[in-house]
Ligand binder design. Structure first.
Ligand SMILES: NC(=O)c1ccc[n+]([C@@H]2O[C@H](COP(=O)([O-])OP(=O)(O)OC[C@H]3O[C@@H](n4cnc5c(N)ncnc54)[C@H](OP(=O)(O)O)[C@@H]3O)[C@@H](O)[C@H]2O)c1
Length: 250
């Protein structure tokens, strides 16, 4: 049995992870802004599940949530920092506020947890922090600059943290999904090849974490395609992007 913290657990990939970890007999503390699904789940898992409402972009909210999680779980063995938002923006009518909003959730929403989790795991002689980035971190995609760049910043941050925290027995895991069928992708108005269900995504993540992987990239075809995009000559990528723009319903 593991003591697990999951952020962004009210829907989508986080909700699927939460249910599977509880069904497998683990003790889980979940956070997100909306807690209505958690109230129902608590009736079923009264002793092994607890939760807090928390906006990860608000550092004091995260501090409170971590305190409550610590009280419930004692030692946190595994933290899955999964909360994230997408969004499209338009450089023709640009808003830096919208950009900040996405970075405040996708990047700082993880870093706020780092500030409290790292000292606590160091005291406990180790632990695992797994963070959901995205295969969209490979390039700047027209129409979703804030999302792809927030995930790129996140992936680079995790890589550096992994190297530094290794000596404290703190393992940093980077989760990079392709398209997964959730509320997030339901708003996308562009082709999403090789899309999988949230339950399948959760299964892949849990198995890879159990196997001790440091990087979890899936599904394979999307991983290979995004690797090719990364290796593509810049001039060719710029040319292709002239004919492609991500469009997302707000
Ligand atoms: N779906 C995909 O195709 C895909 C692909 C690559 C990466 N990802 C990443 O996977 C993660 C989960 O995405 P998903 O597809 O499961 O999305 P989702 O169904 O929209 O769920 C997002 C989760 O994040 C929480 N969240 C969002 N903003 C938050 C905030 N400020 N504070 C606390 N919780 C917040 C939401 O809960 P509340 O709204 O209740 O707060 C919800 O539980 C994200 O990091 C996303 O970027 C998804």
């Amino acid at each position: 049995m593991k003591n697990i913290l999951i952020s962004g657990a009210s829907r989508g990939i986080g909700w699927a992870l939460l249910q599977k970890y509880l069904q497998n007999g683990n003790r889980v503390f979940a956070v997100s802004r909306n807690i209505s699904n958690f109230i129902t789940l608590k009736e079923q898992f009264s002793t092994t599940f607890d939760f807090a409402s928390c906006d990860v972009s608000d550092k004091s909210d995260v501090e409170n949530a971590i305190q409550n999680a610590g009280n419930f779980l004692n030692n946190i063995d595994l933290a899955i920092l999964n909360a994230g938002i997408s969004g499209s923006e338009n450089f023709e009518n640009f808003s830096s506020e919208k950009y900040k909003y996405i970075f405040n959730t996708n990047l700082f929403g993880v870093l706020h947890f780092f500030e409290y989790l790292i000292p606590s795991m160091k005291n406990n002689n180790g632990g695992t922090i797994a963070v959901t980035s995205s295969l969209a971190d490979v390039r700047g995609f027209a129409g979703s600059a804030a999302y792809s760049s927030s995930k790129a910043a996140l992936t680079r941050t995790l890589e550096a943290a992994r190297a530094e925290l290794h000596r404290f027995n703190i393992k940093i895991v980077t989760i990079r999904p392709g398209f997964v069928r959730t509320d997030m992708t339901a708003k996308n108005r562009f082709p999403m090849p090789f899309m999988i269900d949230a339950g399948q995504a959760a299964e892949i993540i849990i198995n890879a974490l159990d196997a001790g992987k440091a990087r979890i990239n899936f599904p394979l075809p999307t991983y290979l395609i995004t690797n090719l995009l990364q290796l593509m000559p810049d001039a060719l990528f710029d040319f292709v992007m002239k004919f492609y723009k991500v469009s997302i319903d707000e």
